[in-house]
Design a protein around this ligand. Structure first.
Ligand code: P6P
Length: 334
């Protein structure tokens, strides 16, 4: 099988002028390098004694795992060297981070990321991932401030994730479709294995944490009730359910075979659980580039104007027709 490496794929994209510029390409290679190093760190956690939790909480009020901090440091170290990134936002850092800039710095980009999403799964060997989003740094800005990061998701120039599962897969989009690359651990290279990923418009599979049912708004309760009624109910079809508690794993499955992933804002989490800038926005970019839809229930996620770097948002995303169906329940206030 002819194997197209990530580096060759990006070179081809630069030549085809598919939104991959000569600057973005090296940043994506740095991100790929970071994900390779994170894959190793996660796989060796039990052997290195790094599977524990720290006596610290992140800005989200969540107990930090040793690997959360280790992977955060790996991601920053690998993406700071190029001088291409003027500033970063991480789930694991309360404030923005400005890398020390070499004299050759071009400060093209702002990089936002969740270094180890789903890290509560890491102790039980369930897939976890890294999520990243790339924004343009406003022209002339060398010391970006918080407001420079508060850009709606529709302004992302690139987004993607790495999934650390039965294999390590890097999935990314620069606005010209979605492509997946699998890590050849012997060669230390990512190779194109999932070209032009497309989400089926229809699905019979939903992903939601059912234990929160009593907190959901009526439209979400109604939508799930009708899924559970199966073919004898208004949907006239049976549904299956999945919940991995790792967004990256859920979205990758949906990219592959369709489905809908939901974490709605509810009475327990009025703004939702997932973070807008480095979880919902990058995943929405990927989902929409693959032909799916992504909504808060009230508006497209990528239209939301951020007000803070760690703000949370309600999430409904996946197979286009199913996501729009769910949104219709919100519109009807059912
Ligand atoms: P719950 C992981 O902590 C995460 O941010 C997402 O990756 C995942 O989909 C969700 O939270 C799981 O939440 O409430 O089921 O543990």
């Amino acid at each position: 099988m002819c194997k197209l490496s990530l580096s060759q794929f990006l070179l081809n994209a630069v030549q085809k002028k598919e939104a991959v510029t000569t600057e973005l390409s090296p940043l994506l290679m740095d991100i790929a390098q970071a994900c390779k190093a994170i894959a190793l760190a996660v796989s060796q956690g039990a052997l290195q004694g790094t599977m524990g939790s720290l006596n610290s909480q992140n800005v989200q009020g969540e107990t930090q795992k040793q690997l959360d901090v280790i992977c955060n440091d790996i991601f920053i170290a690998n993406t700071s060297k190029s001088g291409l990134v003027a500033g970063m936002v991480s789930e694991e850092l309360a404030d923005i981070y400005l890398p020390p800039q070499p004299s050759s710095a071009s400060n093209q980009y702002l990089l936002l990321f969740d270094p180890l999403d789903g890290s509560s799964n890491v102790n039980v060997n369930i897939s976890v991932g890294t999520i990243f989003s790339v924004l343009s740094c406003p022209a002339g800005i060398t010391q970006p401030q918080i407001h420079d990061f508060l850009q709606a998701g529709k302004h992302q120039i690139c987004a993607g994730y790495a999934l650390y599962g039965t294999s390590t897969i890097l999935v990314l989009s620069t606005g010209h479709g979605v492509n997946g690359f699998t890590l050849d651990t012997e060669a230390g290279e990512f190779y194109l294995t999932h070209p032009d990923m497309q989400i089926p418009a229809e699905t019979q599979e939903f992903a939601i944490n059912m234990s929160n049912y009593r907190y959901w708004p009526a439209p979400m309760q109604e939508y799930i009730n009708e899924c559970l009624q199966g073919e004898s109910g208004n949907r006239h079809k049976n549904f299956n359910m999945r919940w991995v508690a790792s967004m990256v794993a859920e979205i990758h499955r949906i990219l592959f075979r369709g489905g809908i992933f939901m974490y709605p804002a509810d009475s327990k989490a009025p703004h939702g659980k997932l973070r807008l800038l480095y979880e919902a926005n990058p995943m929405s970019f990927i989902v929409e580039q693959a032909g799916g839809a992504a909504s808060t229930g009230f508006q497209d996620i990528m239209e939301v104007m951020p007000t803070s770097i760690h703000q949370r948002i309600g999430v409904i995303m996946g197979s286009k027709n199913e996501a729009l169906k769910t949104v219709s329940y919100y519109e009807q206030g059912r």
